[in-house]
Design a protein around this ligand. Structure first.
Ligand SMILES: [Zn+2]
Length: 181
């Protein structure tokens, strides 16, 4: 069994978790902000990219998607407790959070601690970028978006026609009223 390297009250070095908001090129539109959809026999249409051209990304940042990258650094922490997790690995409860055995270092081992922090930050950032780049499906498909816009145009044209007619009828009635006077 693993023996704990540290005791309660020890002051040690742990990786410092600090997320920095960064932007990656949108994986759907490659930063173009628009995508062209070809669906069925319909002519291709170009519509706003649904992944980056919507909240929470404002207009100015469209074409990119935000993610949190981790900066690598170390900081001092006091050990408050320790336990063995399900995988048999010792975890230290510290003033800076819970850290696995291989993330906690003696104060004299600053270089090793910094290297481990760098490694952890890299692992985190790679998995974040993977997450961003794996085609995050917008909740509706592109074809759905295109057909939605087509339907809306049809409906808008129908309404335009209806209201134009209504106005024409009103104008005719007004004219008749005037003539009757
Ligand atoms: Zn996009």
């Amino acid at each position: 069994m693993n023996m704990p390297k540290f005791q309660i009250g020890d002051i040690v070095l742990v990786p410092k978790c600090e997320g920095v908001k960064e932007y990656a090129t949108c994986p759907e539109c490659s930063g173009n902000k628009f995508v062209t959809v070809i669906a069925g026999k319909n002519p291709p249409v170009t519509i706003n990219c649904q992944l980056c051209c919507r909240t929470p990304y404002d207009e100015s940042s469209a074409g990119v998607v935000a993610y949190y990258s981790q900066k690598a650094s170390v900081e001092l922490a006091t050990i408050h407790g320790m336990e063995i997790n399900r995988d048999g690995i010792i975890e230290y409860r510290t003033s800076r959070g819970i850290f696995k055995d291989d993330q906690v270092f003696h104060q004299a081992n600053r270089l090793a601690a910094a290297n481990r922090a760098l490694q952890l930050a890299e692992e985190h950032n790679n998995s974040e970028l993977d997450r961003v780049n794996q085609k995050v499906k917008p909740n509706k498909t592109w074809a759905w978006n295109a057909s939605y816009h087509r339907k809306e145009i049809k409906e808008a044209l129908r309404r335009l026609e209806h209201h134009t007619e209504a106005l024409a009828v009103a104008a005719r009635l007004q004219k008749k009223e005037k003539e009757a006077k």
